[in-house]
Design a binder for this molecule. Structure first.
Ligand code: GLC
Ligand code: CA
Length: 584
C-alpha cells in the first residue's frame, strides 16, 4: 500500500460507541441516540474521524443488541429512525463518518424470520436458518446433531418442537444462526445494507463475519468438533471459521453492494490467521477493508483453556504477534489496531497498571498501538484511561456471557470466588460500565439508575476532568490522532521490531524511504536501560510525543544507550542515520 492507494479511512481514527453505556438523555438508565447527539463535542475535541456504533436495531437485548429482531428499525430504548437520521446529519456536519454494526451471522429468535420460519419446514423463512436431525438413535431433545458448544455455554443446538429438529446457534439460543447457503437470505442482507447506505452511513463493522460459512460435509451434515474437554459439548469455532464458501459470500457482497460505495468495512474475525486475514482484505481479490483479528487478545489465557483460564501476558508474545500481522498485511492490506472494545476488559487494567501508573500506562498503551501501521480504534472511555470495575459478585454482572459462565463453572465444581476472579479480569461488563462524563451522580451518564452500575472511580476518572487537564490521557490520545496524519512514515512505513526478546521494553521502527519513526515503550514500573541496534540511531530526531517530561535536550539527540522511566513511552521522528533507503 502506497500513497496512490490511499483510502479515506487510512489516516482516520475510529471511535467505538456502545450506545447502551454512552449517554442517557431521558433518565431511563439506558444510553440512547439523543444522548450521543448531545455529546458530539467530546468526539470533535478528541479529533476522531469515524464513529462505529454498536447495534442500535430493534432487539430483545438478550445480548445487548447483537440479537436483532428488525434490521430496519431502531430499538425504542435507543430512539427512533428520526433520531438516527439526526445523528448521521450532525456527525457529517462535523466531518465525522458513521459505521454501522452489521450482525448477520445470526439474528434474534424474535425476528419474524425465525418466529415464523420455525413453525413449519415448509415456511419460506425456514430455509433462512440451519437445522439438524437428532444424532444417532437417540430422540430429541437431548441428542443434538453434533457436539458443538455454544459460545455462551451449553450445546449449540436447541430442539424446536414444531419441526421436530434442532436449530443451530453458535451463541445463545436467542441468537439462531442464519443459513448463508440460502440465496434469498443473502439478498436480504444486501438489501439491509442498501437501506442503511441510503440513510447515509459510511460503512459497516461486520460481526463475527468469518463464521457465516459453515463447514458442511459431503453428507450434508456439520461435522463433530474434536474432543478437547470433558462433557458432551466441544468448542467449535476452530472448525467453523473461514469456511469454504466464506470468500464467495463476501465477494458477492462486494459486487452487489460494497463496490458501489466508498466505504469503511471491517470484519470481526475470531481465530483468523494472517493468511486468512490477507485473503479477506486483499484489495483486489478480497472483500473488506480491514478485519479485527484476535491473536493478541488471546495471549493472556492458557492455550486451549478459553478466555477465562487466566495467564499473565508475556510481552515478547505481544510483540511477536503484532509484528506478524504488521508483516502479513504491509503493502497488501490494512491492519485495524485495537486493544479494547465492548467484548474486552479495560486495557489499562489488563496490560497496564490501573493503580499508581494508570495515566502513564494508559498513554503508553495508546502510543504503542497507534504507532503501528493501520487504523486505530478507540473504545469509549479508553481515551480517559477508564479501568475495570470492581464486580463484587455475579449479581453485579449483566452480561449473558459472564452470567452463563458463572452458572456452568460453579455447576462443574469450580469455587465461586475463583470464577469471579476470572470474570473480574476478563468479563465484558468491565468495558460496559457507563461512560464517565463528570463527577456528578453516575458520572453524569444518567439522571436515573444506570442499567449497569458506574465504575465508582468516576469521581476522579471522567471526561470533564480529562479535558481540563492538559496532561491527561485524553490529550495524549488527541495528540496521537493529530500527529498520525502529518507524517507519511506514520501511515506507510514498514514496521521493524527491535529488542524482540526484551520482557519489559517494546521498541519498533517505522521505515518509509529515508524517514523513520521510533517508538519506545517501557511496559514496567521499573527504570529500564538498554541499547538499540545501529539501524535505530536516527539523524535529526525530534521527540514527537512522550508521557514524561522530556529530559535534558528535549530529545534532540537520540542516544544509543537508553534509559526509560516507569511506563515511559516516546515517539521520535527522524531520518535514517546511514544512507540506506530501505524501500517503502
Ligand atoms: C461479537 C460481538 C459480541 C457478541 C457476539 C455475538 O463477538 O462483538 O458482543 O456477543 O458477536 O453476536
Ligand atoms: Ca435513555
Amino acid at each position: 500500500m502506497n500513497p496512490p492507494d490511499q483510502r479515506w479511512w487510512h489516516d482516520q481514527v475510529v471511535y467505538q460507541i456502545y450506545p447502551r453505556s454512552f449517554a442517557d438523555s431521558n433518565g431511563d438508565g439506558i444510553g440512547d441516540l439523543p444522548g450521543i447527539l448531545a455529546r458530539l463535542d467530546h468526539l470533535v475535541a478528541l479529533g476522531v474521524g469515524v464513529v462505529w456504533l454498536s447495534p442500535v436495531y430493534r432487539s430483545p437485548m438478550a445480548d445487548n443488541g447483537y440479537d436483532i429482531s428488525d434490521y430496519r428499525d431502531i430499538a425504542p430504548e435507543f430512539g427512533t429512525l428520526a433520531d438516527f437520521d439526526a445523528l448521521v446529519a450532525a456527525l457529517h456536519a462535523r466531518g465525522i463518518r458513521l459505521v454501522m454494526d452489521l450482525v448477520v451471522n445470526h439474528c434474534s429468535d424474535q425476528h419474524p424470520w425465525f418466529a415464523q420460519g420455525r413453525q413449519s419446514r415448509d415456511h419460506p423463512w425456514h430455509g433462512y436458518f440451519i437445522w439438524g436431525e437428532p444424532a444417532g438413535d437417540g430422540g430429541p431433545p437431548n441428542h443434538p446433531p453434533n457436539n458443538w458448544e455454544a459460545c455462551f455455554n451449553g450445546p449449540a443446538w436447541t430442539f424446536n418442537p414444531p419441526t421436530g429438529d434442532y436449530f443451530l446457534h453458535l451463541f445463545s439460543p436467542q441468537q439462531p444462526d442464519l443459513d448463508w447457503r440460502c440465496p434469498a437470505l443473502r439478498a436480504e442482507v444486501h438489501n439491509i445494507q442498501r437501506f442503511w447506505l441510503a440513510r447515509g452511513v459510511d460503512g459497516f463493522r461486520m460481526d463475527v463475519i468469518n463464521l457465516i460459512a459453515k463447514p458442511w460435509g459431503d453428507d450434508g451434515r456439520l461435522p463433530d468438533a474434536p474432543v478437547v474437554q470433558p462433557g458432551p459439548v466441544q468448542p467449535a469455532f476452530a472448525l467453523v471459521v473461514h469456511g469454504p464458501q466464506l470468500m464467495a459470500y463476501l465477494r458477492e457482497m462486494r459486487a452487489e453492494v460494497l463496490s458501489h460505495h466508498d466505504l469503511l468495512t471491517v470484519g470481526e474475525a475470531p481465530l483468523a490467521t494472517p493468511a486468512q486475514g490477507r485473503e479477506i482484505i486483499d484489495p483486489d481479490t478480497g472483500a473488506l477493508g480491514m478485519l479485527f483479528q484476535f491473536e493478541h487478545m488471546d495471549l493472556d489465557c492458557q492455550p486451549g483453556g478459553g478466555k477465562w483460564a487466566l495467564k499473565p501476558l508475556h510481552l515478547p508474545d505481544l510483540k511477536a504477534s503484532m509484528q506478524r500481522w504488521q508483516d502479513a498485511l504491509h503493502g497488501r492490506g490494512w491492519n485495524s489496531l485495537y486493544l479494547g472494545n465492548h467484548d474486552q476488559p479495560r486495557v489499562v487494567s489488563r496490560w497496564g497498571d490501573d493503580g499508581r501508573w494508570r495515566v502513564h500506562s494508559a498513554k503508553l498503551l495508546a502510543t504503542w498501538l497507534h504507532g503501528q501501521q493501520g487504523t486505530p480504534y478507540i473504545y469509549q472511555g479508553e481515551e480517559l484511561g477508564m479501568s475495570n470495575t470492581p464486580l463484587a459478585s455475579i449479581d453485579d454482572c449483566r452480561d449473558i456471557e459472564s452470567i452463563n459462565h458463572f452458572r456452568a463453572a460453579v455447576q462443574r465444581g469450580q469455587a465461586p470466588a475463583e470464577v469471579m476472579r476470572s470474570i473480574r479480569a476478563k468479563g465484558r461488563d468491565n468495558a460496559r460500565t457507563p461512560m464517565a462524563w463528570d463527577a456528578s451522580a453516575h458520572g453524569g451518564f444518567s439522571t436515573g439508575t444506570p442499567w449497569l452500575a458506574s465504575n465508582p472511580n468516576f469521581t476522579d476518572i471522567n471526561a470533564a476532568q480529562a479535558r481540563a487537564d492538559g496532561d491527561s490521557v485524553f490529550h495524549h490520545y488527541r495528540q496521537l490522532i493529530a500527529l498520525r496524519r502529518l507524517h507519511p512514515v506514520w501511515l506507510w512505513g514498514r514496521t521493524v521490531q527491535l529488542l524482540a526478546e526484551h520482557e519489559q521494553v517494546a521498541a519498533y521502527l517505522r521505515v518509509w524511504q529515508d524517514r523513520r519513526l521510533l517508538v519506545l515503550c517501557n511496559f514496567s514500573a521499573e527504570h529500564q536501560c538498554f541499547d538499540l541496534p545501529a539501524e535505530a540511531v536516527l539523524q535529526a530526531p525530534t521527540l514527537l510525543l512522550g508521557n514524561w517530561p522530556a529530559e535534558g535536550d528535549g530529545g534532540a539527540s537520540v542516544p544509543a544507550h537508553w534509559r526509560l522511566r516507569p511506563w515511559e513511552a516516546r515517539i521520535y521522528l527522524g531520518c535514517a542515520a546511514r544512507d540506506t533507503t530501505a524501500g517503502p
